[in-house]
Design a protein around this ligand. Structure first.
Ligand code: HEC
Ligand SMILES: [Cu+2]
Length: 332
């Protein structure tokens, strides 16, 4: 069911209709109950008013039927709203695996975007029409909130962690991007645009930029620059684990636990290596806290992700400019 609410922004993402339907339902429900209750109050106030001074009202003993009715009906309505809302929430915050990755770093007071192909933009985000896009965000300073009303997306960006959300734009155009969390004096200037382009235009736009090479190749350079490569050798002879094929795998830990190697785990491994020590290794990895910026971290994550698809042992460093399979642009 797709409902369009009056006065609401454009519906430009695949789930904006669903969000609006739920919102419309909540509005109708509240108006309905609000009206019925108000009318009943007025009606009863008149009907049961005190007619003369020494009038004594009859006793009301209560009714089981009524009690059950006004408990069960609201319960069912509330559970219905919960299931409906949870369903939409679950869709929004579980990105499909085939989604195109875009990385975002927020700071006072701007939005910085990095595309897999290496394009970077500020306060302006270009996305292809009809393609699922996954946004991985973090912030350099305080909490911000990524808000695109036309997509019905609003997600807090919290320091020290990655927040992800996805969308599929369904209508070409330019849409407002806001910061929806008060973040200091320049908060009101922390705005921008999301530009939804036809797939072919988007390809042309991608081809126009990126002199620096892909995000993963920048990450690979950092991997050498920070000497990660001395411990993490792809031939398994280093002092640290082989990182080829790591992404998305389950990692056994020293303390007997297990963890899935996702973006957050890789980030944590670099900033607080002792937090989760890989089974069979010594905790000798130094922390890179303070040496590597959030943007660089995302590049390293993109690099480790790009070598994730290959089997362990296979070198992923032959040609830094050849895009690995995981970061191929859409084939239209
Ligand atoms: C002095 C050697 C050394 C250096 C330099 C080093 N690491 Fe490590 N790294 C290790 C060791 C040993 C482990 C396994 C123990 C642990 O988890 O702390 C590890 C673990 C990791 C893990 C988790 C691997 C897994 O299999 O779960 C990641 C990711 C990682 N390092 C990334 C990096 C990055 C990126 C750099 C450079 C910025 C780097 N490391 C620099 C030694 C090193
Ligand atoms: Cu902000």
């Amino acid at each position: 069911m797709q409902v369009s609410m009056p006065f609401s922004p454009d519906q430009a993402s695949s789930y904006s209709g669903q969000v609006d339907s739920l919102f419309a339902f909540l509005c109708v429900l509240t108006i309905l109950f609000g009206t019925v209750i108000t009318l009943l109050i007025i009606y009863f106030a008149i009907k049961y008013r005190r007619r003369h001074k020494d009038e004594i009202p009859g006793q009301v003993e209560g009714s089981m039927k009524l009690e059950v009715l006004w408990s069960v009906i609201p319960f069912l309505i509330a559970m219905g709203i919960f299931v409906w809302g949870a369903n939409i929430y679950y869709t929004m915050y579980h990105a499909p695996s085939e989604a195109l990755d875009i990385y975002v770093v927020a700071k006072q007071w701007m939005w910085k975007f990095q595309h897999l192909d290496g394009q970077r933009e500020i306060n302006e985000l270009h996305v292809p029409l009809g393609r699922k896009v996954k946004i991985t965000m973090t912030t350099e300073d305080v909490i911000h909130s990524f808000y695109v009303p036309a997509f019905r997306i609003k997600l807090d960006v919290v320091p020290g962690k990655y927040s992800t959300v996805w969308f599929e734009a369904t209508k070409p155009g330019r849409y407002h991007l806001f910061c929806a969390e008060y973040c200091g004096t320049g908060h009101s200037r922390m705005i921008g645009w999301v530009e939804v382009m036809e797939a072919s235009e988007y390809q042309a736009w991608l081809a126009g930029g990126a002199a620096e090479g892909s995000l993963a190749s920048s990450g690979e350079k950092l991997f050498q620059q920070f000497a990660c490569i001395t411990c993490h050798r792809s031939d398994g002879q280093g002092r640290g684990p082989v990182l080829q094929g790591l992404f998305g795998k389950e990692v056994p830990l020293q303390n007997g636990g297990k963890v899935i190697a996702d973006e957050s785990y890789i980030r944590e491994s670099i900033l607080s290596p002792r937090a989760k020590v890989v089974a069979g290794f010594q905790p000798i990895m130094p922390t890179f806290q303070g040496q590597v910026s959030e943007e660089q971290l995302l590049q390293i994550v993109a690099y480790i992700k790009s070598i994730g698809a290959k089997a362990p042992g296979e070198a992923g460093v032959s040609n830094p400019n050849a895009p690995a399979p995981a970061m191929k642009p859409p084939s239209q």
